[in-house]
Design a protein. Structure first.
Length: 223
C-alpha cells in the first residue's frame, strides 16, 4: 500500500510543514552540489553515527540527521508522506507546537535507534523517524480519515480509499516485522518504530489541548 493523498481538510496554512519539506530539499541539493566525496562527507559529519555519539562528540547530529537523505528516492518518499500527513497534525496542533512535536519525534526516534545499534559506525539519516511520529499522531487523531492508496497485486494496480487506521496500522506492522529481521538493509527500522510510538504518546498528551473545530469543519468526523 502506498499513499497518494488524504481526504482530510485543514484550516491552517501549513507553513511549518512546507518549511520542513523545503529545508530537506535544499539540504539534499547542498549535499549533492559538490560530487560524491562531499555527499559522503555530509552523511558522516551530520548524520547520526552511534560510535561518534558514544565517544562524546556529535550530539548535535540528533537534529541535523533528520534533514539529510541518502538519495532522491529516499528524499521524495519521505517528503510525500510528510506532505500528506503533516499538514493535518500542524492544523490541529498549531504552528509552534507542531514544530516542537516534529523535532521531538525525530530526536526520540534517533535515540531509540541508538539503543538498537550501539556499536554501529554507519550514519543514520533521513526524516523518516520524525515522520513516523507524525504518522503515530495521525493514527490517534484521525483514524477514520480516508487515505487514497495504491494497492498492487502483480501487474494489477488500483487506487482505493481506506481508513487511516488500516493504512497506517499496516505500515507500522510492516516496519516492526522488518525491524525484527536481523538483516543489514541499511534502513533504520527501529527508528521508525520508536518515532511512531513517541508520536502516539505525544498525541495522547496534547489531545486535550488541540485547537477546537470551527464553522463546518468537524474534527470529530475523523476520529
Amino acid at each position: 500500500m502506498f499513499p497518494l493523498g488524504d481526504e482530510n481538510p485543514t484550516r491552517l496554512t501549513p507553513f511549518i510543514n512546507w518549511s520542513i519539506i523545503a529545508t530537506c530539499i535544499l539540504v539534499f541539493l547542498w549535499q549533492s552540489s559538490s560530487g560524491s566525496t562531499h555527499f559522503v562527507y555530509t552523511l558522516l559529519t551530520f548524520g547520526l553515527v552511534p560510535t561518534t555519539i558514544t565517544s562524546g562528540a556529535g550530539q548535535y547530529t540528533f537534529v541535523t540527521n533528520m534533514f539529510l537523505h541518502g538519495g532522491w528516492s529516499h528524499l521524495l518518499g519521505n517528503m510525500l508522506f510528510l506532505w500528506i500527513f503533516g499538514d493535518n497534525i500542524e492544523d490541529c496542533c498549531g504552528h509552534l507546537r507542531y514544530l516542537v512535536f516534529y523535532l521531538t519525534s525525530g530526536v526520540a526516534a534517533s535515540a531509540f535507534w541508538m539503543l538498537t545499534a550501539w556499536g554501529s559506525q554507519y550514519p543514520a539519516v533521513g526524516a523518516s523517524g520524525a515522520i513516523s511520529g507524525v504518522l503515530g499522531a495521525y493514527f490517534v487523531l484521525y483514524p477514520r480519515a480516508r487515505i487514497r492508496t495504491v494497492v498492487g497485486m502483480g501487474f494489477f494496480w488500483r487506487v482505493v480509499r481506506v481508513p487511516a487506521y488500516i493504512m497506517i496500522g499496516l505500515w507500522f506492522v510492516y516496519q516492526f516485522m522488518l525491524a525484527l529481521v536481523p538483516l543489514n538493509t541499511g534502513v533504520a527500522y527501529w527508528a521508525h518504530v520508536g518515532g511512531f510510538v513517541v508520536g502516539i504518546i505525544l498525541a495522547k498528551i496534547i489531545r486535550p489541548k488541540l485547537r477546537k473545530p470551527s464553522g463546518s469543519y468537524n474534527l470529530e468526523y475523523y476520529r
